[in-house]
Write a protein that binds this ligand. Structure first.
Ligand code: PLP
Length: 402
């Protein structure tokens, strides 16, 4: 049986790099070196200077390429470093079509940095293919998507977008951070470059900031490698090792967290204080059918809407298990408040337009016991109820009704 035939979870453990070829080490050796001795004046070895290449980083890069089904992977010092470097493929005069609810850092890069270099852009609702077609220009070089999107988990049809891109001779970049290749493989659906914040599910333990890019073909891969070396935002070897260590359990973590997310989503739907739940695994989620045609699971991130910011405050103060933080995709459940965190820089009107109401919370399910989480949420909702009652009583007192 060849290793190519292995299932994804087996490949995470047994791949071309599961054993170090020189020493037999089953954990990838960390090569702490900035340069490599050349044994011959005329013939340099495979490695010369560590920004250009390092055996530890190679293992991570080749592993992620294999897992995403691409030809070349590249590791960067953060997700934003990977994304920024990929955008360096563009030149002055090019145009980018970008999903309107893209990650905040990507929004900032395109709207505040790339524009200074003469790269034009339009934000578009990529769930609407007609709008994508309408906003394409002859000089559009990249369509950039994220699906499910953050934080209301809107679904974009990856294959359809890739087809539109191909007809117009431009690339499709997909930020696959939310699902990872464990659940979704954009390159197989026609995308040209897959990008990751490996800070999230891929490493999975809230202990490293890292980014990955994978190219579908050799030419793009070589161009990205050239830019990686030129720009220089490479991932250090210790961090490469941490990402590799996290990767081995990616599949079991995703599976477990996804199950918890599903059960929490169903639970939250029944809570009177919750106005809406966003999760692709729910029957009523918009785009659910498209989602399951291109992904093997709904993922571990969900969002839900409470009455207002007061209810959010009560809830956040009362929950005990999830950490309240920016980020997602970790062993611990992470609760975040997009209005004041990821989308704080966005004007209120733009925020509301994207469904990011003042009562919206995002939860990334971790690996805790689901019943414990539900119990914790239950006591937090009790707090909201008590606070609401108190507010009503106070109002009644003010009115002189009591
Ligand atoms: C976190 C995140 C990024 C940015 O990655 P960093 O590692 O923080 O630089 C990009 N895209 C998505 C979807 C993210 O969640």
């Amino acid at each position: 049986m060849s290793k190519e035939q292995f299932h994804f979870e087996t490949k995470l453990i047994h791949n071309q790099h599961s054993v170090d070829k020189e020493t037999g080490a089953v954990s990838t050796p960390i090569h702490h070196t900035s340069t490599f001795h050349q044994f011959d004046l005329d013939e340099f070895g495979k490695y010369d200077y560590a920004r250009s290449g390092n055996p530890t980083r190679d293992v991570l890069e080749e592993t992620i390429a294999e897992l995403e089904g691409g030809v070349r992977g590249l590791a960067f010092s953060s997700g934003m470093a990977a994304i920024s470097t990929a955008f360096m493929l563009l030149s002055k005069g090019d145009h980018v079509l970008i999903a309107e609810d893209v990650y905040g850092g990507t929004f900032r890069l395109v709207s505040q940095v790339l524009q200074r270099f003469g790269v034009d852009y339009d934000f578009v609702d990529t769930t609407n293919l007609e709008e994508v077609k309408q906003k394409l220009r002859p000089n559009t070089k990249v369509i950039y998507i994220e699906t499910p999107s953050n934080p209301v988990l809107k679904i974009t049809d990856i294959k359809a977008v890739c087809e539109i891109a191909k007809e117009n001779n431009c690339y499709t970049f997909v930020d696959n951070t939310f699902l990872t290749p464990s659940l979704q493989k954009p390159l197989e659906l026609g995308a040209d470059v897959v990008l990751h914040s490996a800070t999230k599910f891929i490493s999975g333990h809230s202990d490293v900031v890292a980014g990955l890019a994978v190219a579908k073909d050799k030419e793009l891969g070589d161009q990205l490698a050239f830019l990686q070396n030129t720009f220089g935002a490479v991932l250090g070897v210790q961090d490469c090792w941490l990402v590799l260590r996290g990767l081995k359990t990616l599949h079991v973590r995703m599976k477990e967290s996804q199950q918890t997310a599903f059960e929490l989503a169903k639970y939250l739907e029944e809570i009177p204080e919750v106005k809406k739940v966003y999760y692709p695994g729910l029957d009523n989620h918009e785009g659910r059918e498209i989602h399951f045609s291109q992904s093997s699971g709904a993922g571990a991130v969900l969002s839900f809407v409470l009455e207002d910011v007061d209810a959010v405050r009560e809830f956040v103060n009362a929950v005990e298990i999830p950490v309240f933080a920016v980020s997602l995709g970790a062993v611990e459940s992470i609760l975040s408040y997009p209005t004041k965190m990821s989308h704080a820089a966005m004007p209120e009107e733009e925020r509301y337009k994207r469904g990011i109401e003042d009562g919206l919370l995002r939860l990334s399910a971790g690996l805790e016991n689901t019943e414990d989480l539900i119990k914790d949420f239950n006591q937090a909702f009790q707090h909201i109820r008590k606070a609401t009652k108190k507010k009503e009583t106070n109002l009644a007192v003010d009115r002189g009704a009591l």
